[in-house]
Design a protein around this ligand. Structure first.
Ligand SMILES: Cc1cc2nc3c(=O)[nH]c(=O)nc-3n(C[C@H](O)[C@H](O)[C@H](O)COP(=O)(O)O)c2cc1C
Length: 306
């Protein structure tokens, strides 16, 4: 049987876990293909898949997320296991650390068999901020070879009889829901602008509108992202801004003003659009980083009870 092992890693620690899993599965007679997640969508057919991602600020590595999202149909047809690597302490050895909310949603989407969290690794000479600052206190290698091998053996035993589990299509992911939120944000901004124009001069209204638009979209984005299955923050920000610009073009410029003059106004039109993009993106990223309270998990080496 062929197994694909894919990983998303910034500093090599997760790749090391993937390779150890691969060695163990090979010693159990499986044919293993090891690939970085960014290249794994091109992998040939396989009978089982293991995908791992490093945790950074509570988020699974982007390449691992993208691989799962892009390969949903293929992954739904075979048994899949996910793993995370992160905690820079012994918490992953003391208890089973459940997946982050983001990883749990991905598991539900593909009907994954199971998940494991392994300790992480941070080298003392880690480069880049904030890794270098963190390395001063939290450098170390917390990857337990026994734990990793034991999990690989569990997979080796389960694979011959494993069948893909029921996958969930989260309603929160629907393109319709995304568009409805974009439309709601645009409508709220248009309403604010209409009210402002009725009580003040145009340039004052434009300035207030430019300040309020990102605030409105922070609210819309919060509502959008709190549901499981919401799309990636960058993609969402892009859709919100393009939808808003198109509605401005058709409704405001086309139907109401019969002129494209508003699109020559950097401060009045383009600046608010940039702010809306940044507000939506930042809101999504921040909400995805907020950890759930998970007993026993103190990811960065600070004991939960200290
Ligand atoms: C900036 C930074 C943020 C991190 N955030 C988390 C985190 O939120 N949760 C966690 O368990 N580990 C966290 N870690 C630890 C890493 O997940 C750990 O070092 C992991 O082994 C990195 O994998 P890689 O070497 O494959 O990139 C963080 C590490 C760094 C440097």
């Amino acid at each position: 049987m062929r197994i694909l092992i894919a990983w998303g890693s910034k500093r090599g620690g997760t790749e090391g876990i993937a390779r150890l899993l691969g060695e163990t599965l090979e010693s159990e007679g499986y044919k293993v293909e090891l690939l970085p997640a960014a290249a794994a969508t091109r992998a040939a057919e396989f009978d089982g898949v293991v995908v791992g991602g490093a945790l950074y600020a509570n988020r699974w590595h982007r390449a691992a997320r993208r691989f799962v999202t892009k390969s949903v149909n293929r992954l739904r047809s075979v048994p899949v296991w996910l793993f995370s690597s992160g905690p820079l302490n012994d918490s992953a050895e003391k208890s089973d650390i459940s997946p982050t909310k983001e990883v749990r949603v991905l598991m539900e989407r593909i009907g994954a068999q199971g998940h494991a969290t392994f300790g992480g690794r941070l080298l003392p000479d880690a480069r880049g901020f904030p890794a270098s600052a963190m390395a001063k206190k939290h450098a170390g290698d917390w990857r337990s070879h026994e734990h990793i091998r034991a999990w690989a053996l569990e997979i080796a035993r389960a694979l011959p009889v494993a069948r893909p589990r029921v996958a969930i299509d989260h309603p929160g992911r629907s393109p319709f829901r995304l568009l409805v939120h974009a439309l709601a944000g645009w409508a709220a901004c248009a309403l604010v602008m209409a009210c402002l124009l009725s009580v003040t001069r145009a340039n004052v209204a434009l300035a207030i509108h430019a300040a309020l638009a990102p605030i409105i979209f922070v609210g819309v984005a919060r509502h959008y992202f709190h549901v499981p299955g919401a799309r990636e923050p960058l993609q969402t920000a892009f859709v919100f801004v393009v939808t808003t610009a198109l509605l401005d073009l058709v409704v405001i410029a086309g139907l109401l003003q019969h002129s494209l003059a508003m699109f020559t106004a950097i401060a009045g039109t383009w600046f608010p659009l940039v702010l809306v993009f940044l507000a939506t993106w930042a809101t999504g990223e921040i909400l995805m980083m907020v950890p759930e309270v998970r007993p026993g998990h103190a990811p960065l080496g600070v004991r939960a009870d200290s």
